[in-house]
Design a protein around this ligand. Structure first.
Ligand SMILES: Nc1ncnc2c1ncn2[C@@H]1O[C@H](COP(=O)(O)OP(=O)(O)OP(=O)(O)O)[C@@H](O)[C@H]1O
Ligand SMILES: [Mg+2]
Length: 396
């Protein structure tokens, strides 16, 4: 499912230009030619974003925006950009008062409009299932995703599992990019460098729930993100701080547990102090692998490390990614080489994975019905089932 944009404008030329530009960017576009039709379509079709002209027959853009805001209470707020005809402050303020999130003055360059749309969507306009910070107690589970080697799909699985937990299971979900030097969440999720990161969280001496909330970024897919440092050099700040005082990490993760049902951690390969602490803190470690020789060599080493750390069996689980890709090693070969069972399998779908990556829209958001999405969804369901059942037992 592509991101859906509703254009509300009575000017046919503007409609044409906008529809063309938006479609080129991969958006799905619907058009309403007056304010009243705009309100109706906004409420019926629930688009992901609305472009709203000001001067229109039947109902002007201000009134239409107000009606949409009044009607959508409790069901999530659609981001609205006003298309104003003058850079007049009064007009702009009126638009914002009516409930618009941003405005752009006609004539505008399509590229500028696209940038505004992306920025607004990235702020998390999409309804997130249960807002973090709501007072209900969370499940508070921490799941680490650790690669048996680079490039096996750890980030892909972590992102899409997080979105599945948030969207399909209505869990408050955060994703932490703990690949400190070369974190990929920003590129995979189409975010700029000008966002807060783990560096702010780790450098704050009095980090509390409110401060922590200001350091996470809401993504339109419904998940909250704590991003990696913006540059590899800044990663040193985190590592150094953790070396001086490991409690800063525990404190930060403790806050995440209080805010979210699930905090997923996308890790990088390597057994260092930082990663060892993450292993310790995690409730479960998903070791992501593919069926190839290098993973079959690495996984036993990882498992041995986990045993030597004293972790119980169930804490470490194996996730075989691209399970049906032809590598000459099938699942049962891999299991007998490892001498243990593979806990989860995610199918291979090169096109789906790569096009999601290039568009900055994870497949779990844009193509929830695709086989790859379904495969990750079923993994997320099992994960949630295990923990939700745990929580019920703990309460009983
Ligand atoms: N199930 C899958 N089917 C097909 N392609 C996949 C699948 N999972 C991941 N990929 C592709 O594999 C490549 C690597 O994925 P990703 O960046 O998620 O891996 P990673 O383990 O996080 O890598 P890194 O070591 O760089 O952090 C990407 O091009 C991604 O689209
Ligand atoms: Mg990665």
């Amino acid at each position: 499912m592509a991101t859906r944009v509703l254009v509300v404008d009575d000017d046919l030329n503007i409609q044409r230009v906008l529809v063309f530009a938006l479609k080129q960017e991969g958006y799905e576009v619907t058009v309403a030619s007056d304010g009243a039709a705009g309100v109706e379509m906004a409420l019926d079709a629930r688009p992901d974003l609305i472009l709203m002209d000001v001067a229109m027959p039947k109902l002007d853009g201000y009134a239409a925006t107000q009606q949409i805001r009044a009607a959508e209470k409790g069901v999530g707020r659609v981001p609205i950009i006003m298309l104003t005809s003058e850079a007049d402050v009064e007009q702009r303020v009126r638009g914002l008062r009516a409930g618009a999130d941003d405005d752009i003055v006609k004539p505008f360059h399509p590229l500028e409009l696209m940038a505004r749309i992306k920025a607004l969507l990235a702020q998390g306009g999409a309804p997130s299932p249960a807002k973090p910070g709501s007072d209900a107690p969370t499940l508070g589970k921490l799941c680490a995703f650790y690669p048996a080697k680079g490039g096996v799909g750890t980030t892909t699985i972590a992102i899409n599992t997080a979105i599945a937990l948030a969207r399909e299971m209505q869990r408050r979900t955060a994703l932490i990019d703990a690949n400190l030097q070369f974190g990929d969440l920003r590129v995979f999720l189409d975010l700029g460098l000008d966002t807060p990161s783990i560096v702010s969280a780790i450098s704050e001496p009095d980090l509390d729930l409110d401060l922590f909330r200001t350091m996470t970024v809401s993504h339109r897919s419904g998940i909250e993100l704590l991003l990696a440092p913006p540059t590899p050099a800044a990663a040193d700040i985190v590592v150094e701080r953790q070396r001086q005082s490991p409690t800063v990490i525990s404190n930060m993760l403790g806050l995440a547990r209080r805010l979210y049902d699930y905090t997923l951690v996308d890790m990088s390969q390597g057994i260092d102090d930082f990663n060892l602490q993450l292993f310790d803190e995690a409730d479960v470690i998903f070791v992501v692998m593919t069926a190839d020789l290098s993973c079959l060599k690495n996984v036993p080493l990882v498992l041995e490390t986990m045993v030597s750390l004293g972790y119980e069996q169930g804490k470490v689980q194996l996730v075989l990614n691209r399970s049906n890709a032809y590598t000459g090693i099938n699942v049962s070969n891999a299991e007998s080489a490892l001498g243990r069972k593979i806990d989860y399998q995610i199918i291979n779908e090169y096109r789906g994975a790569i096009s999601a990556l290039n568009s900055g829209e994870p497949f779990m958001s844009s193509r929830a019905d695709a086989p790859l999405s379904k495969s990750v969804l079923s993994f997320a369901r099992s994960l949630d089932k295990a923990f939700a059942t745990d929580a019920v037992h703990a309460r009983a």
